[in-house]
Design a protein around this ligand. Structure first.
Ligand SMILES: Cc1ncc(COP(=O)(O)O)c(C=O)c1O
Length: 357
C-alpha cells in the first residue's frame, strides 16, 4: 500500500510516568502532581445531576470564559479554552512557530514545551539554571533573531522552584518585544510566598505575553482535561484558528465553572498543601535527601547524599505500594519526584522514609 508519507519531525517523544504497575494492586500514585483532595464537592454534584450527552457543547465555551473573566477581572475575548493547558501550549506553538524558528526554555522544564515546539519545526535551546532555578541571564544569552517563544513554568515542574515577581518582570523587560513569553501558571494557586506573583497577576495587560492555567492541579480535574490561556486579542485570535471547534466537553465546561468559583475548596487545598509540604520537607531533608523549598504540591528528590540511590528508593516505595516519578525522561540524575497526597498517603510516605533512610 502506498500511503502518503507522514511528515518527518525530529521530536523527543513524551514518555509519561507510570500510572500502574503490574501485580501491584491499590497502588498509591504520587507521581503526576495531581491534587491530593480531588475536585470540589460542588463539581461532584454536577456529575450526579445528569447531563445531555446527545447535544454538542457550546464551541465557544462562553459560560466558562464569562466565569473566568469575572473571577479574575479580565476580558472574556482574551481567553483561550483548551483541553488541558497542554492544548494551550500546543495551540500557541502551532500558531507562532515555523520551521527553524527557535524557542528557549530552562534545562529542566515541562517536557511539552519542547515537544510541541519540535513538532512545529522549531529548534529548542535550553538555558542553564542558576541555583536550580530558571535563570533570566542565561535565557537572555540564548536569544537570537530566530527566537520566537520563551517558555517559563513558574513554579517550575519538575524542579519545584520559582522565580520572584521582580525576576519575572525583568525577564519580560529584557527580552526583545517581538519575542512571545509564555508563562505557565499550572501550580500558581499553591504558592504562598510573599515575593511571588503569578503570570496572570503580572501580565494581564501585556501585548506579548501569554499565560496558561490548568484545572488539573489544585482543582483536582486532571482526568477531565481542561485548561485556559490568557493573552492579547491578537495572540488569542491567532491561536483560536488552530483550536478544534468542540475541543472541550460541555460537562468539562460546567465543572470548570463550579470549580473556579469554589474559593472555600481552593483555600482548603492550599492549607492542606502548606501543612504537608512543610512536614514532608523537614523529613526529606533530615534524611539527607536534597530537595527544593516547599512551594508547589511536589518535591524533586535528589539522592546523591542519601543512604540509597533513586533506583533503590523507587523500588522500596513500589514494594510499599507508592509510585513516585522517575526523572530519566527529564535527564535528571539520581532523582525522583513525589507529589503531596492525602493525610494517609503522606503518613505512609513518611513512614517508609523513616524505615529505610
Ligand atoms: C508545568 C506544567 N504545565 C502544564 C501541565 C499540563 O497540565 P494539563 O495539560 O493537565 O493542564 C503540567 C502537568 O503536569 C505541568 O506540570
Amino acid at each position: 500500500m502506498n500511503l502518503p508519507k507522514p511528515k518527518t519531525v525530529n521530536v523527543d517523544l513524551y514518555i509519561g510516568g507510570l500510572s500502574n504497575i503490574q501485580n501491584v494492586p491499590n497502588l498509591v500514585k504520587l507521581s503526576a502532581n495531581e491534587s491530593a483532595l480531588g475536585p470540589s464537592p460542588k463539581v461532584l454534584e454536577i456529575f450526579k445531576s445528569g447531563f445531555n450527552l446527545k447535544k454538542y457543547p457550546d464551541g465557544k465555551s462562553s459560560k466558562l470564559k464569562e466565569t473566568i473573566a469575572k473571577k479574575f477581572s479580565i476580558n472574556e475575548d482574551q481567553i483561550l479554552i483548551g483541553s488541558g493547558s497542554d492544548e494551550i501550549i500546543s495551540l500557541i506553538c502551532q500558531s507562532f512557530l515555523n520551521k527553524d524558528d527557535e524557542v528557549i526554555m530552562s534545562e529542566d522544564s515541562f517536557l511539552m514545551y519542547r515537544i510541541y515546539s519540535q513538532l512545529n519545526g522549531a529548534v529548542v535551546r535550553f538555558a542553564k539554571n542558576e541555583n536550580n532555578k530558571f535563570s533570566v541571564s542565561e535565557t537572555l544569552k540564548l536569544v537570537t533573531n530566530k527566537t520566537k517563544i520563551v517558555f517559563i513554568a513558574n513554579p517550575n515542574n519538575p524542579s519545584g522552584t520559582y522565580i520572584n515577581s521582580d525576576e519575572l518582570v525583568k525577564l519580560r523587560k529584557k527580552l526583545p518585544e517581538n519575542i512571545l513569553l509564555m508563562v505557565d501558571d499550572a501550580y500558581a494557586e499553591f504558592v504562598t510566598e510573599n515575593d511571588y506573583k503569578s503570570g496572570l497577576d503580572i501580565f494581564k495587560n501585556s501585548k506579548n505575553t501569554v499565560v496558561s492555567r490548568t484545572f488539573s492541579k489544585i482543582f483536582g480535574l486532571a482526568n477531565l482535561r481542561l485548561g485556559w490561556g490568557y493573552g492579547s486579542k491578537e495572540i488569542i485570535e491567532a491561536a483560536n484558528l488552530f483550536r478544534p471547534p468542540f475541543n472541550i466537553s460541555g460537562i468539562a465546561e460546567k465543572a470548570g465553572c463550579a470549580a473556579i468559583l469554589d474559593d472555600e475548596w481552593i483555600k482548603k487545598n492550599v492549607e492542606h498543601n502548606e501543612k504537608w509540604s512543610k512536614i514532608i520537607f523537614e523529613k526529606i531533608t533530615s534524611k539527607k535527601i536534597i530537595t527544593n523549598d516547599p512551594v508547589a504540591n511536589f518535591f524533586l528528590l535528589n539522592f546523591d547524599n542519601a543512604k540509597l540511590n533513586s533506583e533503590q528508593a523507587f523500588d522500596i516505595f513500589i514494594n510499599n505500594k507508592i509510585l513516585l516519578r522517575k526523572m530519566n525522561t527529564y535527564g535528571i540524575k539520581n532523582s525522583l519526584r513525589v507529589t503531596i497526597g492525602t493525610d494517609e498517603e503522606n503518613k505512609t510516605f513518611l513512614d517508609i522514609l523513616d524505615k529505610n533512610f
